[in-house]
Every structure is written in C-alpha cells, then in structure tokens.
Write a protein that binds this ligand. Structure first.
Ligand code: ADP
Ligand code: ZN
Ligand code: ZN
Length: 810
C-alpha cells in the first residue's frame, strides 16, 4: 500500500433505544486504540445526527473497508482492557437473538452482570447564562444539571422550553458502574534486627507503641488486612497511620472479592456410596463426560431418590478430568441447605450466582469465574451465561420450573441455552426432575433425550401416604372455612408427637375464576376446554384463547346451587384461623409479604429448621428445596386454584406442585403423610398426584394435548401488542393477523386477537395472538422483520412482544 497505513474497522452493535437493529454498524478504529481493541469489548461511540455518545459492543475487527460511502465515525473510547465477552458468548448472542426474537444488544447485555450493563446519565448543560435566576441556581459550577426521572415536572417543562431556544443542551455520559473492591493490607517493616532500635527510641510510657512494634514483628513477611489487624489488636486507624509515618509498616491496596458466603459455615461432606440405581446414572453420565458427548439426559427421579448425589458425583468426575461444571437450580431452591451441600463437597472451587447477592457480590463472583478461579458454578437462571471455559457437565435441577424462562427480552429459557452450551463444549447436559415438563418427557420418549430413572427413595423410605379430602363434603362440618376436620385432626396428632407440619396455600389463580363451592364446577369455554376468566371491568367471563365471552353465572350451570363465587383466600386469613383453632401452635408464615427483605426467605427456613416453630404456612415457595427431617405432615389447603386458570398447562402445573410439596413429607427416618383438600377430587391431575404416578399422568395429559393441538405436539408463539388505548392495540393485532395469514400455510392455526387476561395494566391495553404450527418456513423471517418494524410505532405508544414457547397463554 506504498507506505499508506491500513485502517482498522470495527463492527459494533450499538444501544440505541427505539432504533435497535441486529445489524452492526461500522466504525473506524482510531490509531491509538488499534493495539487494544478486540472483539467482545465494550466501547463508547458517537451515534446519529447529534453524535450523542452511546455504548456498543465490538463484534469484529478487520481491515475490510466497508462499501458504504457515507462518513464513517470513529470509536471514542474502549470501556474494557480485556474483552468481557468471549467468542462463545458472541456466538451465543447471535443464536439467542434469532431464536428468541430479541435485539442482539439485549442478549449481549443479559450475559453480563448488572453492573456492567449500560448505564446512561443524562445531564443538561446551560449554554446561555441569561436565564431566570431560579433556573440558573440549579446548575453546578460546570453549568451541568443531572437530568433524571425525579426532576420536578414544572422545571422539566421550563428546561424543554429553554432547549427549543437552544439555551441548553442534553449531554449523555455512558457510565461504567462496575467497580473493583480494593482492600488495604499492612506489610510490616519491623524485623528482629531493627526492632530494638525502634523500641529504645520510645518513652517508657508508650506501651501502645511498643505493642504495635511487637505485633508488627509477629507479622513477619505476611501481609494482613488492615481492618482485621486493627480489630484483633485494638488499634485505631490513627495508630496504624502513625506507624506508617514512622516507617514501621507500609499500606498496600489489593483487589479483593466481596465474598457472599464468607460467614456461612460449611462442613465438608464426602461422597456417599451410591445405590444401584444412582450408580447406573452416574456411570452413564461420566461416560459422556469422558467421551465429550453432548448428550442430553433426562434424570427422572422421585422426590428423595438422591438426584442431588448424582449431580455432585458427576461434577466431581468432571473436576477430576480438569473440566468445570455448571449447575442450575431454581432461584427458590437456592437455600442455605443447598449451598451447604455443594460447598461442603467442593469448597472454595464453588462460585454462587443468585439474586440475593448484591450487584457488587455478583460482579466479584463473575470475575472469579471468568479468571478461572472457580471450577463449579451454582446459580439460578442467568447463571447459565457464567463465563466458564472447559465445561465438562451442565446440570439443570427441577428442569420443569417455569422460572427458567425469562419474561422480558431476551425471552430465553435457560434449558435451551444450557443445551446450546452443551453442544458448544461437547459436554453432557443433565435435566433433573421428579415431574419433568411434558416437552422434556416427550423428547425422552423419542430418544432425543436419554432417560435415566431413579424410581426408589433412598433407604427404601416409602413415598408418603396421600389422603384426599373432598371439600364439597368436608365444608358442611368444617371447623373453619379453610380447614377440614380431617386435616385439623391430623395436624393435632403430629404436633402432639412434637413433629413439624408444612401447610401450603396455592395462590395461583387467586380470585380470577369462578367456581361452585357446592359441586366444584368451573366455567369452561365451549370451544377450547379451558376455563373462562372473570373480568371485573366488563363483568363477564372470557376465553383468552378464542375470544368467547359470556355473562357471569348467578347459579351453578351444573348443580343449580347459588354457592358459585370467585375462589381464593389469603395466607394472612389462614394464619388467623390457625391461631383460633390451635392457640398453642407456633406458626411461621412465608409468602411474598414476609419474604420481601433480602435474606428473609433463608432466615425463615433456618428458624423452621431449628424447630423454632411447629407449622410453616406458605405459598408455592415452600414446595421446593426443603429437606427437614422433623416434617412428617404436609397439608395442601386448596389444590384446585390453578386448575381454574385459562391455561393449557394448568393440569401439568397442579400435578407438579402437588407432587413436589408431597415430597417434603417424611424425608428422614420418619414416615410422611400428606393431606390434600380439593373441590375436584375426580380430576386426573389430583388423582395422579395423590398416587404419585407421573407416568400415568404423562400418558393421560399427552392424549389431551394431542386432541386439542397443544404443545408438545405443536410449536407455539405468542404475540402481544399494547397501547395506551384499546382501539389501537386491537387494530394493530388485526393488522398482524392479516399479515400472518399471508405468511402461514393452511395447517397453522392463528388464535385471536383476544384481550389478555388482565387487559389493562398500568393504563395500557394488551391484545394477543397465539400461533400454533408444525413447520412454517416463512414464519421466522416475518417475525424478525415485525420486531424491527414495530419500533417505528413505538413513539406512538406501541409495545410489541414476541414470545416463543410461551409459558402460558394468559
Ligand atoms: P432428591 O434431590 O432426589 O429429592 P436428595 O438428593 O435430596 O433427593 O436425597 C435425599 C436424601 O438422601 C438426602 O438427605 C441425601 O443426603 C440422601 N442420600 C442421597 N444419596 C444417598 C446415598 N447413596 N446413600 C445415603 N444417603 C443418600
Ligand atoms: Zn355446582
Ligand atoms: Zn375459547
């Protein structure tokens, strides 16, 4: 090139709200950054006419000069010294953006700890000082004023006015909130050789100084945390400062981690001798680890069958082969018990990622993983993106849990991401559950996944005995509205033996449907076999699936009783009933109200574990992760509420919940009992949960799904549009429906548009369409395009959501 320097160009995904695109923009790399820049780094770039500063991610760097003939802007700065996303993460973002109909920028950001995501600070700069004094005094000496949502509306209007007259301008700063924690350490300069000289120089009365010299001598070459040193020896920070001034010690700052489980006591635990069934599972999985096969295993094991031991021993095997392990558990099961079990086995090799961590703690755990200092990562949904290399095994416990699906963009399911990473790393993925999702179980049937079974509880413990109480009968002589005589008698028996009781109140579907308290009848849609939802705003019953609507019944269409009403109850009300029925019982209540504060959930469980209460009363959140030996009775107050929901998964979820909660009873050496109160004694989900027959439930439910054309027989995609007025939302969805009918083949079904269950939320109106299909080659491209196009209507108020494999149709 005859002495001419070749320019470098970077492909950058930029973060421009309302103008997102999955196509990168080309930027020129300024010569001073040429040596530093690498794919996977964050950068700050100018964008648009005003060249405002925004954050971007570098995807690629090359000499390739772009064809575009307009001016190419220059990267302003790099936010990282080393890439924060590696090649795998960049590829995963590509796949995820496509698969989940998301913008690439949101995929890239999702993979990073919160503190590293883009943070923008807007401020207003005063350009002309000739303004009202009231306004003038708001600006600092640099003529800047922070511009945020908290700004007073009146001031905001005035500022806008000034902006029109060009008296102020808006400036954007990209800020990086990721801060490394620094800790001060003391390094002693006192040695056996020099100490006497220092001691002799002290006055006789200076005992503290003499003590300081001795303690510093004791330190030798070790450095010690300043805070600890002060505390242990009762020195003040001033004492240390003086010692530094006298040349006795030096202070050094070192980067440290905020260790979230520093205070948690962990006893080491050794591997147990496997049962024959466990051994088969461990052997098969270990083989896949050794042979680097990306098999997906479905580990189907009844509650208490020792699935966790299988996880721990296969993880140990991966570590032995110098590989690493990723273990995902639902947020709610990340209890101190769980943490202790894993840390007890692998100690400091473990990094934990869950939402109870502060942003700083999360960031530190992330860096420990990224630097290869942790070999085992345990965490909830987003831990699936942990920056591990050399993964040897990925485990997902309770794989059926819907909390693995994120309900905002990117709408990924951690299960799919785990399987993608398994392929990338050539390692097995183990999906474990006592009640697998129908999708996974069906894939096991077709050998897409390999099934592994644990059919027996450890130590030959029997499955707990389950008794159904028909509330239609029981209410006639019930001691209180939510307790049958049968359940109350059982509670008293168990408490007398000084055992513990867990009571679950099913909050799902609270008050949203209508049920007859005489015969259990729930109003269903004539076309869809799905319950109708009560809409208080329109005083009608609606089907969310096909749009069918009818009036709220006054008498039960089935038994003519007038005891038909919305169903629902609250934990607080139940707690009051308990106090009246059993004044001496100590009750702990666990629900959203009592667990809002950080760590409250864990503290309640620990108190219950120490037997500081006799009864744990709670919502769904008590169903998982509990393993308390003294719990011998589990009561379910209302098994049915979820059955009334207009959702094709309501039976599946009811079955799963009842099976999980029943599994909490009798886990140690005492036999367990379960009492389930229900208005739908004959319902198959209740019946099969009672006998704990997952396989029969699966077979029955699959028939229904087949007949009705639901997943897993069909793929589903849900599109939701919302506006601040109903007409626009409705009109938009009819427009999309028209387009869809051009794109889709005859065999696909378009359901809707219908208003959502709760049509108006925060004064926005929601309409939805559900597409059911088997194979539609043109659908993906259409939806990608729809996503990008929808942004042009955003300024007019549209919010569009495209959700593949939606968790529910509500
Ligand atoms: P799951 O996860 O399937 O519900 P767990 O892994 O919690 O079951 O196991 C239930 C109990 O059995 C736990 O207390 C566990 O420590 C114990 N356990 C598991 N495997 C064995 C084994 N091979 N020998 C003895 N005890 C075991
Ligand atoms: Zn009735
Ligand atoms: Zn319907």
């Amino acid at each position: 090139m005859r002495g001419e320097r070749m320019s470098l160009y970077a492909q950058v995904i930029v973060d421009v709200p309302t103008m997102q695109t999955n196509k990168p923009y080309t930027y020129l790399v300024p010569s001073e950054l040429e040596e530093q820049i690498q794919a996977g780094m964050r950068c700050v770039v100018p964008f648009g006419k005003g060249s405002r500063k925004i954050q971007g991610f570098v995807l690629d760097v090359s000499n390739q000069k772009p064809d575009e003939d307009f001016e190419i802007k220059k990267i302003i700065s790099l936010m990282d010294f080393v890439p924060v996303l590696n090649e795998e993460a960049l590829q995963l973002a590509d796949w995820m953006a496509n698969y989940t109909f998301s913008f690439k920028i949101s995929c890239l950001q999702t993979m990073l700890p919160n503190v590293m995501r883009a943070g923008y600070e807007k401020s207003i700069r005063l350009l002309d000082e000739n303004v009202e004094p009231e306004i003038k005094k708001l600006f600092d000496q640099n003529n800047l004023l922070a511009f945020d949502d908290k700004m007073d509306a009146k001031i905001r209007r005035k500022i806008y006015g000034l902006r029109k007259k060009d008296k102020v301008e808006i400036v954007y700063h990209v800020n990086d909130r990721a801060r490394v924690k620094e800790t001060e350490f003391i390094k002693s300069k006192i040695t056996a050789e020099n100490i006497s000289a220092f001691l002799n120089a002290q006055r006789k009365t200076a005992t503290k100084k003499k003590r300081m010299l001795e303690k510093l001598l004791d330190l030798g070459n070790d450095s010690v945390e300043r805070i600890k040193f002060q505390k242990q020896n009762s020195f003040t920070s001033n004492d240390v400062k003086q010692a530094e001034n006298s040349g006795w010690l030096s202070l050094v700052s070192k980067e440290t981690y905020r260790n979230p489980s520093e205070n948690a006591t962990t006893e080491s635990s050794s591997p147990r001798k496997l049962t024959a069934e466990q051994n088969v599972c461990v052997t098969r999985i270990n083989q896949a680890i050794e042979q680097e096969e990306s098999d997906v295993f479905l580990l189907q094991g009844v509650t208490g069958s020792g699935k966790t031991e299988v996880y721990l021993q296969t993880i140990a095997h991966a570590l032995k082969l110098s590989k690493k392990a990723l273990m995902l558990v639902p947020e709610i099961s990340l209890t101190p018990q769980m943490v202790r079990r894993v840390k007890g086995r692998f100690g400091p090799k473990v990094a934990m990622l869950h939402s109870a961590l502060s942003d700083g703690e999360r960031f530190d755990e992330w860096r420990r993983i990224e630097r290869g200092e942790a070999q085992v990562v345990v965490g909830a949904r987003s831990a699936v993106f942990a920056p591990l290399d050399r993964i040897g095994i990925i485990i997902m416990d309770e794989e059926h849990e819907t909390s693995y699906k994120q309900d905002e963009m990117p709408r990924y399911n951690a299960r799919e991401v785990a399987i993608w990473r398994g392929k990338h790393h050539h390692c097995p993925v183990v999906l474990g559950s006592a009640t697998p999702s129908l999708e996974s179980r069906a894939r096991g049937q077709k050998s897409v996944y390999q099934r592994l079974l644990l059919t027996k509880r450890i130590n030959g413990r029997p499955m707990p005995h389950v008794e159904l109480v028909d509330m239609r009968e029981a209410l006639k002589s019930a001691p209180s509205p939510d307790f049958s005589a049968e359940l109350l008698t059982k509670i008293k028996e168990h408490l007398k033996r000084d055992e513990q009781v867990v009571l679950m109140l099913n909050r799902r579907g609270y008050s949203s449907f209508v049920m007859c308290r005489e015969c259990g009848f729930v109003l269903k849609c004539p076309n869809c076999d799905i319950s109708l939802t009560l809409h208080m705003d329109t005083h009608s019953m609606k089907c969310h699936y096909c749009g069918h609507e009818e009036s709220i019944p006054r008498i039960c269409p089935s038994c003519r009783s007038n005891k038909i009403r919305y169903y629902g109850t609250g934990t607080q009300k139940v707690e009051e009933q308990l106090h009246e029925l059993l004044p001496n019982a100590r009750v702990l209540r666990m629900d959203v109200d009592t667990t809002r504060r950080k760590g409250a959930h864990e503290r309640l469980l620990e108190r219950f574990g120490r037997h500081e209460a006799d009864i744990l009363l709670g919502t769904q959140m008590i169903a998982k992760g509990l393993d308390f030996p003294d719990v011998t009775l589990v009561g379910v107050l209302n098994a049915d509420t979820a059955l009334g929901l207009p959702d094709f998964r309501s039976s599946e979820k009811t079955f799963q919940l009842l099976t999980q909660v029943s599994g909490r009873a009798g886990r140690a050496d005492k036999n367990g009992e379960v009492v389930i109160q229900t208005f739908n004694k004959e319902h198959y989900a209740i019946q099969f949960a009672c006998t704990q027959e997952y396989e029969r439930f699966y077979a029955y439910e699959m028939q229904l799904r087949h007949r009705l054309g639901y997943p897993p027989y069909y793929f589903t995609i849900k599109i939701t549009a919302s506006y601040d007025n109903e007409a626009d939302a409705c009109r938009k969805m009819y427009e999309i429906r028209r387009e869809l009918s051009q794109v889709l083949s005859k065999s696909a079904k378009i359901l809707g548009p219908t208003p959502k269950a709760i049509m108006r939320v925060n004064n926005r109106y929601y309409y939805q369409i559900v597409i059911e299909y088997k194979k539609e080659p043109r659908l993906e491209e259409y939806l990608q395009d729809l996503l990008v196009r929808s942004q042009t209507d955003e300024p007019k108020g549209l919010k569009l959501i495209i959700d593949r494999d939606p968790i529910s149709f509500m």
